[in-house]
Design a protein around this ligand. Structure first.
Ligand SMILES: *Cc1c(COP(=O)(O)O)cnc(C)c1O
Length: 454
């Protein structure tokens, strides 16, 4: 109950003076001084102790999301597993948290796998994805004892068969393309699908690949994996997706006699970044999806496979904020007003990459009323260096703290050193305590791999 409460604790805070509506998540609060707090620590203290720009992750919120997914993705007749998609946010501490919460882990590269290994993550609960695993990555996965490889295509399968020794065995799932693409508001069923991932369920040759896996003595064919998109609001897309895969499973078993005991439906559970976003608050889809699988398998007359899902964003996005210091404002001749921060697109890429939208607040002046609309930018030498395109704020002063909310997924993991900017530190905050889980980069870190000419 507590868990459900805190998931739903997304308070609409009305500022005292004027309707600046800010939606807070998890342990985010506003204290008496009008300061944003997270994990029981106020923004000014975080700035003084750890500097800016700074990624601050609400550990309680991440754990609650893990528990919520685990608790709600369960069914009396259908086996269900939650895997965290590590590309959203991965560090050694995060792997350890995921292990403590009892989720499995998705990785898509040797680097993510190495992180999991260094964290001591149990390898049997690792699922290794990706459309072009190198021979070295395949060797690494086999040597470490990764639980499941998700094969994307025949070339990859050939590489795995070459790499595996006679004494080894590994579980294999096949990435398939169900011809469904979900976008935020709807799914599109396409017969001709050009995704780079997986093999089409409409292609007869896919059955050959399934047979090839199943017939190999060292490969254990477990089932199918597919993923229909990210930031999905229309949760019926997931049910449509499951139905499509189950129909395909029935067809495969009927034509080949091969049994399929796992169905991985991927991630994509939408979250709220700004007020207009309308995700499935409370992720009611989790229970509905398993009910739908139960019904559909009964209707098809097949055994229900174990159902796996891979949330990434839904676990971490709302748990994170980025704290910046304001350097000043600039009104252009054209009439736009910028707020300059000490961050940039190097630590906040999604706005430049996808025109993503965010809430921004002055974290030290949460009670002040909004006076103007600003474009929040940073220090990078690009006119596309935009953090928030339209942000309602009180008039920012030099030294104010600007917090961008819901930056816990695809921020640290997408950060770069463009312009030789150093990447921010990452903190886990919880019950008034902050732990550095990634140290701030130094200038020395930046040149660590450089080889001088002389
Ligand atoms: C990106 C991805 C995920 C996670 O997506 P979210 O939108 O973060 O939930 C899960 N599975 C696969 C295969 C992915 O590519």
């Amino acid at each position: 109950m507590m868990i459900a409460m805190s998931l739903l604790l997304m308070v609409f805070c009305l500022s005292m003076k004027e309707a600046i509506r800010v939606q807070l998540f998890g342990t985010q609060r506003i204290n008496k001084e009008g300061m944003l707090t997270i994990g029981g620590i106020d923004a000014k203290t975080l700035k003084e102790r750890y500097g800016t720009p700074l990624y601050v992750m609400d550990e309680t919120h991440i754990r609650n999301q893990c528990r919520y997914f685990k608790d709600n993705f369960s069914h009396e007749r259908v086996r269900a597993t939650v895997i965290y998609a590590s590309k959203a946010f991965l560090t050694i501490a995060m792997c350890q948290l995921i292990e403590e919460e009892g989720l499995a882990l998705d990785v898509v590269s040797g680097g993510e796998l190495h992180t999991a290994k260094k964290a001591g993550f149990p390898m049997e609960y690792v699922y290794f994805h990706g459309n072009n695993k190198s021979p070295a990555e395949i060797d690494m996965a086999l040597a470490l004892g990764v639980g499941t490889l998700i094969v994307d295509n025949d070339d990859e399968l050939t590489r795995i068969i070459r790499a595996i020794s006679a004494e080894e065995q590994i579980d294999i799932m096949l990435r398939i393309n169900p011809g469904i693409e979900a976008h935020t508001h709807e799914y599109i069923a396409t017969t001709k699908n050009d995704s780079k991932f997986g093999l089409s369920i409409f292609d007869a040759a896919t059955l050959k690949t399934i047979r090839r896996i199943n017939d190999h003595p060292n490969l254990v064919f477990r089932g199918f994996h597919s993923h229909i998109g990210s930031q999905i609001f229309d949760s019926d897309s997931f049910i449509k997706h499951a139905d499509t895969i189950l129909e395909y499973i029935k067809k495969v078993t009927e034509t080949t006699g091969i049994t399929v005991d796992k169905m991985n439906l991927g991630g994509g559970f939408g979250v709220r970044y700004v007020e207009q976003d309308a995700p499935d608050v409370g992720h009611t889809i989790l229970k509905r999806l398993l009910d739908a699988v139960d019904e559909k398998t009964a209707a098809l007359g097949i055994d229900a496979p174990e159902v796996l899902i891979e949330p990434g964003r839904a676990i971490t996005a709302n748990a994170g904020i980025t704290l910046y210091e304001v350097g000043g404002t600039k009104r252009t001749f054209g009439g736009k007003t910028y707020v300059f921060t000490d961050g940039s697109m190097a630590d906040h890429l999604r706005t430049a990459l996808y025109q993503a939208e965010y809430q921004g607040v002055l974290a030290n002046r949460m009670h002040d009323k909004a006076e103007n609309t600003y474009t929040v930018t940073g220090k990078a030498c690009e006119s596309g260096d935009i953090i928030i395109r339209h942000c309602e704020l009180p008039t920012p002063e030099k030294g104010d703290l600007l917090a961008v909310l819901s930056t816990g997924a695809y921020h640290y993991s997408m950060a770069s050193n463009y312009n030789r900017l150093t990447r921010p530190a990452v903190l886990f905050v919880k019950d008034g305590t902050a732990n550095v889980v990634v140290r701030r980069e130094t200038y020395e870190d930046l040149i660590r791999l450089d080889v001088p000419l002389r």
